[in-house]
Design a protein around this ligand. Structure first.
Ligand code: DX5
Ligand code: ZN
Length: 218
């Protein structure tokens, strides 16, 4: 199985101190920096784009795990690649030409991820599984931090793990992850854990290391 990675989401950071908040999770043991990009169209919320991302890129050398909740998406892939993305994840629901989108990410020399919403079956990825580096199961409806984990996601993680088989693909889970459910999620097959409010809640940097450790050791 693949190594466990904790990916705190900067969506729950204090944006007025974004650079410090990124430095703090780096120091606290984050493996990836999860960057949630929302367009007010694919999801009912707006976060930030490549300019903001580029300015925090210089704060840390940790990989940027960029989750694009935008449609259309192809047009913006080069900008996120230039802004310092290491993994670019797009939604299967965001457009009719997922295969082309994956190729566009690879053409930028970046790792390609594909995310599916709670109502989308894992089978939607059967025909691209050989082309991707990361599969992301959304365990909440995307758009906001701080929502509750949808229990059916555990079944989907097991199905995704079976689909991945022995391929070198990370299985990421995003939404409502806490120390209380991280063990069940890991047993269902996930190895990359996004955590927004359970790391950044309260925005007190002194708590980030124990909060990341609590998810990792769960
Ligand atoms: C939801 C985002 C998530 C979110 C996770 O649209 O993709 O990454 O920030 O936040 P929590 O961990 O609070 O559910
Ligand atoms: Zn996300």
């Amino acid at each position: 199985t693949r190594p466990i990675r904790i990916a705190p989401s900067i969506l729950s950071a204090d944006f007025s101190r974004l650079g410090e908040e990124v430095a703090a999770i780096d120091a606290a043991g984050a493996d990836y920096i999860h960057v949630d990009v929302m367009d007010g169209h694919f999801v009912p919320n707006i976060s930030f784009g490549p300019l903001v991302m580029a300015s925090v890129r210089k704060i840390t050398s940790k990989p940027f795990d960029v989750h694009l909740m935008i449609a259309p998406v192809d047009l913006y892939i080069p900008a996120f690649a230039r802004a310092g993305a290491d993994i670019i994840t797009v939604h299967v629901e965001a457009g009719p030409h997922l295969h082309r989108t994956i190729q566009a990410i690879k053409a930028e020399g970046k790792k390609a991820g594909v995310a599916i919403n709670p109502a989308t079956p894992v089978s939607a990825l059967e025909n691209v599984i050989g082309d991707i580096d990361l599969l992301l199961i959304m365990s909440v409806n995307p758009g906001f931090g701080g929502q509750s984990f949808i229990p059916e996601s555990l079944n989907k993680l097991r199905q995704a793990r079976a689909l991945i088989g022995d391929r070198a693909i990370d299985l990421e889970v995003d939404g409502g992850i806490t120390p209380d459910n991280a063990r069940a999620v890991a047993e269902a097959g996930a190895n990359v854990f996004v955590a927004g409010s359970s790391v950044y809640g309260g925005n007190d940097a002194a708590t980030y290391a124990p909060r990341i450790a609590a998810i990792r050791t769960a």
